[in-house]
Design a protein around this ligand. Structure first.
Ligand SMILES: Cc1cc2nc3c(=O)[nH]c(=O)nc-3n(C[C@H](O)[C@H](O)[C@H](O)COP(=O)(O)OP(=O)(O)OC[C@H]3O[C@@H](n4cnc5c(N)ncnc54)[C@H](O)[C@@H]3O)c2cc1C
Length: 387
């Protein structure tokens, strides 16, 4: 990077020169040099946010993409999400360090989100509801105050933008609060719709069919050069599913204008709904949504934000978050043989991590060496696409 910086001082940068510099800097971080996906036929199993994002990135790099999914996007966990892009608050929830592999990946993806949102919007001609207003995190108990203080120190030490809001901004029951400038949101439902449209515009095909093996894929789509397995909870490296229930309210006058987080709860205001979430259930008897659980979420949200008391419920739902034994996402090449890749186990952070996952998978499909950032997320020996 410093070499590129020195060269940039010596000559006036032309547009071509700037592109070379950017490619060089990229090579030092993500190790992308020049695209080689051009003309390759890539099949992707699963069209949630991860499969669609990988497909979008590969289409952008000139690949011929065929996606397989038996269900509509509205059935996916990605549709059930709240759309938060939250590297800082999630760092606190997963109890990590600002410079551990997971946080590095999360912050890298969050940094990439503005460009990603613009690219999807331009390629699809559709809005994605990307909203860069910071997230307000509040603490209501002594324990939460301690955790928020520790987060504040970690973020400051890591050079991330964070500040304590003036007293008037603090909402119901809060003893302290932080404005997290790195944490923001996208409308995940608009995003999925736009990604699908962009892939279609770029020549990608979506086949309404479940697939389990390479033979099945090739029988349906002809010979493929590479397969990306992105079937969420269906992938064999996913050991657990964590149920999340949530609900939405109709927009209301005086309602919040930014994401608010408190303990495990959140309020996420969008143009056409206010999302309130979410439960986190590792043991559950059924995947169904329950009135009791979602009413409890609503009650907690109303205590934090009394303006929500007048808003009517528009929807209740549940989704299953895919979790690997390591707790980390699994992103990379499966084994040394065929060109099979996997991208799954994004657990609570599939929306946040979609751009960086797409980039890492597209780089892997193009045959670039495994970058530093992705080493901790490589599939381990013995992981396979199918059981
Ligand atoms: C309530 C809730 C709130 C959440 N909020 C957030 C949030 O704010 N921010 C965030 O970053 N993350 C959030 N998450 C997590 C996020 O939703 C997931 O990490 C993400 O959706 C996983 O995406 P995916 O594409 O791997 O899986 P999915 O979205 O589940 O997609 C997998 C797809 O594979 C398809 N499939 C299954 N079997 C086959 C087969 N045999 N062949 C082909 N296709 C198949 C499925 O039909 C599905 O469409 C939330 C999750 C929940 C439940």
């Amino acid at each position: 990077v410093s070499q590129a910086g020195e060269i940039a001082h010596m000559v006036a940068p032309s547009a071509l020169f700037m592109r070379i510099c950017v490619a060089y800097i990229d090579a030092m971080t993500f190790q992308t040099v020049s695209p080689t996906a051009e003309g390759r036929h890539v099949a992707i199993a699963g069209a949630g946010v991860i499969g669609l994002s990988c497909a979008f990135e590969l289409v952008r790099r000139g690949a011929r993409v065929t996606l397989f999914d038996p269900a509509d996007i509205s059935q996916s966990t990605s549709w059930a999400a709240a759309g938060m892009i939250a590297p800082a608050y999630e760092l606190m929830l997963h109890g990590g360090q600002i410079d551990d592999a997971m946080s590095t990946l999360c912050f890298a993806s969050a940094d990439h989100w503005p460009d990603w949102a613009r690219a999807v919007r331009e390629a699809s001609g559709l809005p994605v509801g990307h909203d860069t207003r910071p997230t307000l995190a509040i603490a209501r108990t002594g324990e939460e105050v301690v955790r928020l203080d520790a987060l504040f120190e970690q973020l400051r030490a890591g050079g991330k933008q964070v500040f304590r809001p003036v007293h008037g901004l603090i909402v119901g029951g809060a003893r302290s609060a932080l404005q997290l400038c790195s944490d923001h949101q996208v409308d995940n439902r608009k995003l999925l719709t736009a990604l699908k449209a962009a892939i279609g515009r770029g020549g990608g095909k979506l086949v309404r069919q479940a697939v389990e093996t390479r033979d099945e894929i090739e029988a349906l789509a002809g010979e493929v050069d590479a397969i990306v397995w992105a079937r969420g909870t269906r992938e064999t490296c996913v050991s657990n599913m964590v149920k999340g229930q949530a609900l939405a309210l109709h927009p209301v006058a005086g309602g919040p204008t930014q994401v608010i987080r408190y303990g495990g709860g959140y309020i996420v205001p969008k143009a056409d709904r206010i999302v309130i979430g979410a439960t986190s259930e590792a043991d559950f008897a059924s995947a169904e949504v329950s009135y009791k659980a979602t009413d409890a979420l609503l009650q907690e949200a109303r205590a934090v934000c009394p303006a929500l008391s007048g808003a009517r419920v528009s929807e209740r739902w549940s989704g299953l978050r895919p979790l690997a034994p390591s707790g980390l996402p699994v992103i990379g090449r499966l084994g040394e043989g065929k060109d099979d890749f996997v991208a799954t186990a994004h657990y609570r952070n599939g929306i946040l991590l979609a751009p960086v996952t797409a980039k890492l998978i597209a780089d892997a499909v193009e045959g670039h060496t495994v970058s530093q950032i992705s080493k901790a997320f490589q599939p381990t020996r013995g992981m396979a696409a199918t059981a």
